[in-house]
Design a binder for this molecule. Sequence first.
Ligand code: BES
Ligand code: ZN
Ligand code: ZN
Length: 518
Amino acid sequence: MRFPAFMKIEVSTKTLDRQPGDVLTLPVAEGGRLPSWAGRWPSAARKLVEPLLKSKDFTGKLNELAAFPAPGGLPVSWVYLVGVGKERELTPDRLRQVIAVAARRAQAQRRKALVFPVVGVSAREIPAETAGQVLAEGAVLGTYRFTLYKTLKPEEQKRLEKVTLAVGRGISSAAVATGAKNGTLIADAVGFSRDLINLPANHKYPEDIAARVQKNARKNTGASKISCRIIKKAELTRLGLNAILAVGQGSVHPPVLVALEYKGPGAGSKPPLVFVGKGITFDSGGISIKPSGNMDQMKYDMSGGAAAAGAIQAIAGLKLPVHVVGIIPFSENLPSGSAQRPGDIIRTFSGKTVEVLNTDAEGRLVLADALSFARRSKPAAMIDLATLTGACVVALGKHACALLTNHDGFARQVKEAAARTHERVWELPLWPEYSEQVKSGPADLKNIGDDGAGTIIGAVFLKEFVGNIPWVHLDIAGTAWADKDQAYLSKGGTGFGVRLLTALAADWKPLPSTVKVS
Ligand code: BES
Ligand code: ZN
Ligand code: ZN
C-alpha cells in the first residue's frame, strides 16, 4: 500500500530555461507547427522541435512521446516531447492524460523530477485551478503501481518523486497550487480504491477488507472525521439482511456490511447523499459457476464498494460541506456444500421475497439489502456503483458506464459530474415493461430475466428496493478494470467512480422531491 502520496507537486513561476529537474516536458500540438505556448520555451528547445515537426517524425498526436537528451544550456538532462492532439481540442482530460504519459515514462526510466508547463489556461481557457487539479491527478495516477507482492531490487523501487508545474505569466500560481493540492488528494483516494481492487481475493476476505476500510477511515481525523461501523454476520442475521447472508453462505469467510459516514461543516443535520457499492470480494458465480477463463479477474467485483470508500476519503480530505453515507456489503460468492442453490427463495431485508434462479446474479441480491438498509438514513438521494453485468461490457465497453435512474434531476447532476471528471456515463431506459421480467411465480421477484437487456434487468431488480428515493445506478462492469496501462489508467483496478462521486458531492444541490414516473 502506498499512502499518503509519495510524490511532491510544486508550482513554480521560474521560466522554463531555469527549471531544474531530470526531465523537461514540452507539450506539442498536432498540426505541423509549434503550439501557441512555444513562445515560453527555451530557444534550444524550439530548435529541437521545429525540424521534427517539419519532417513529421513527431506529429503531436495525443499521448505520443519522444525522449531526447537535453540540448546544452538547460538545467535538465532530458527533454520529453508529448503530443496533446489538436490545440483547439485540448481539454482538461487530455492534460490529465498527457502528464500521466510523461510521468509514467519518467518513472520507468528512473528519473526523479519532472517539469511540466501548465498549458491550455490561456490558449484554451481552462481555469487555472482545474489545470492544477488535472495535472496533479494525471501525475499521481499515471505513476500508480501495485507492487505489494513483488520482490523488487532497490533500483526497481524508485518512484518519480517530484513534479514541478511551471506557470507562465498571467496565470495565477495560487489557483494552480490549490487545484494541485486537491488533485493530489483525490488521486490518492483513487489509489486507495485501486489498491483494494488489486488485492487478490485471498487477502481481502470480507472482514479483512472491512478492517482496511475502517483503518483508512480512521486516518481522517479532526473536523473531517469519517465514522465507520462494521456490521458482522451475527448482526446481519439479527437485522434480517438475508440476501447478503445468502450470497455469502457458501464461503467460510462470513459477509459484513460496512457503514461509513462523513458530516461536513454545517451539513450534519441535512439528509445525506448515500453511496452504495457492490463489494463481492470474489465472484466465482457460486453454484451457477462461471467458466474458468479470466475468472481471476472477478476479484474486481468489489470495485463499486472500493469507489464508495475512496470517494468518502476524498470528500473528507477536501472537507466538503456535505453529509455523505457509504453502505458497502462485502461478501464472497463461492460454491460449496453450504452455498445457496438455484431455486432458493430469500426473504430480503425489505420484506420482499426473491427466487434465486442464478447464483451468479448475486450483485443485485447484496445490493437489494444494501439499498433497503441505506433508506434507514433517510437519504436525499442514493447512488449505487456495481460491476453488475457482463452485458454492460458488451454494450458500452470500457469508455462509459451505464446509468439508470428513477429521477431525471438527480441523474442530471451525476451526468454533469461525469462530464467534469471524464468518468463517462451513458443512460439506458428503465421503462416499466422491463419490470415484468423480474416477477417470479413462487416469490415476489426473481433475480434474472429471460428476454435480453441484461444491464436494464439488473437495474429494474434494484429499483424494487429503492422506493421513492431519488436514485441512480451505475453499472461499472466495463470501466472498473483496465486490461493494459493507458494514460492515467494502469492495468488492473481503475478506481472508476471515485472522482465522479467526489465531483458530485462537491457540486451537490438538494433536489426537489419528485420521482420520475417512467
Ligand atoms: N460480477 C458479474 C458481472 C461482471 C461480468 C462484471 C464481467 C465484470 C465483468 C455479475 O455478478 C454476474 O455474474 N452477472 C451475470 C448476471 C446474469 C447471471 C443474469 C452476468 O452478467 O452474466
Ligand atoms: Zn455474478
Ligand atoms: Zn458479481
